[in-house]
Design a protein around this ligand. Structure first.
Ligand code: SF4
Length: 371
């Protein structure tokens, strides 16, 4: 991470907070991110992630794609803190991983950050393992190719911890405080461990230096910048990254995160509970039915529609129809939400069935490292 000026701004985006900075595009420019070009969007038009501008910006994605197009081995790095179940935010990241894996035959490195969950959330490593099995089952159900993925638990991957140790020579407490604020040492250690995770695909055991793509949210950019800096010093290839938009939570707040369980939807959640939450979610409905019939709904501020169109409806024609029905006042929120809930619950039901079938395989994957 060569952006030396990045640190002075980085307090504006805190990877541990659920707040979204007000002006995303201003931040893109400030941090030197590139917006996804029209050419790229066109090339990947078959993916709803590009088409719907869910993936908004990147660093060095062009170089990553070029390496893949040139027939070089490329990798995607991602992971999860196994402190709970997958929610819609984790679903979105998983879809990004699966897209890049399929489109470029990229090898996926998927980290179960159990050390982090242990230190940060106080979960035992066994509890982390149980959660991890569910998380991997979700990933399998979402289409990840297990034969081209290296799943690992941080606590059982000495190459990561060794790398973190090695990287610690290059980092001073002042650097970390400038980026993350004054935090307990455990958090700084977690950061270094994450750096070890991101650089793991470039370890000699995995074929040495290569282009690695890390799909993240904008709030994770401080990690990426630090990691690029360290990769440069270690004479490795600077990792590339993509940045996705945040989905609002059901209350319309900036980011769906595990910190507010009532405002988010879990992939393994009971369908009645999902329906209830969705029906209660914020809409762009007007004060009275009469007003809505006259002025139409305020769809730009409708959380229910945002969630639905991001995750559950990829048929453009149907979305355009709903958009026009809403903004012309033809449909009111109750009826509209009931229709959206139906599509959403059908997807969830199917996903849960597939996930249940994947549990055995997920268990095997997670236990493989113990052998
Ligand atoms: Fe949202 Fe549908 Fe209401 Fe429009 S009619 S504001 S899309 S819930």
């Amino acid at each position: 991470m060569t952006d030396e000026h990045s640190h002075s701004h980085s307090k504006e985006i805190d990877p541990w907070s659920s707040e979204l900075p007000a002006d995303q595009s201003k931040l893109f420019h400030e941090f030197g991110l590139e917006e996804i070009s029209d050419a790229m969007r066109k090339r990947f038009a078959s993916s709803h992630l590009f088409k719907k501008r869910i993936i908004l910006a990147h660093r060095d994605l062009t170089q990553w794609i070029k390496a893949a197009d040139d027939g070089k081995q490329v990798a995607v790095m991602s992971g999860i803190k196994p402190s709970g179940e997958f929610h819609l935010g984790s679903k979105q990241t998983a879809e990004e991983i699966v897209f890049f894996q399929q489109a470029f035959k990229a090898k996926v490195f998927y980290c179960i950050a159990d050390l982090e969950a242990h230190v940060d959330n106080g979960l035992s490593l066994d509890e982390c393992k149980a959660n991890a099995i569910g998380n991997v089952a979700d990933l399998l159900a979402l289409g990840i190719d297990a034969d081209n993925t290296y799943f690992y638990r941080q606590s059982l991957e000495p190459r990561v911890t060794t790398m973190a140790y090695k990287l610690s020579r290059r980092v001073t407490p002042a650097m970390l405080t400038a980026i993350y604020g004054d935090k307990p040492l455990s958090l700084y250690m977690a950061v270094l461990t994450q750096m070890g995770d991101i650089l793991l695909p470039q370890h000699k055991d995995f074929g040495g230096p290569k282009h690695v793509l890390v799909p993240v949210g904008l709030d994770q950019d401080p990690h990426i910048r630090l990691c690029r800096d360290l990769a440069f010093k270690e004479k490795l290839i600077l990792p590339s990254s993509t940045y996705h938009k945040f989905i609002k939570n059901l209350k319309g707040e900036a980011k769906m995160s595990k910190r507010d369980p009532d405002a988010m939807i879990w992939l393994s959640e009971d369908l009645n509970s999902v329906k209830k939450k969705f029906m209660r979610s914020l809409t762009g409905g007007r004060n009275t039915a009469e007003e809505q019939r006259r002025d139409g709904g305020d769809i730009a501020n409708c959380v229910a529609y945002d969630l639905f169109s991001t995750h559950f409806e990829h048929d453009e024609k149907k979305l355009v129809q709903r958009y026009s029905d809403c903004t012309s006042g033809k449909i009111l929120c109750g009826e509209c939400k009931t229709q959206m809930a139906e599509t959403m619950l059908a997807w969830m039901k199917k996903h849960q069935e597939t996930r249940a079938k994947m549990m055995k395989k997920a268990e095997k994957i997670i236990e493989m490292q113990e052998e």
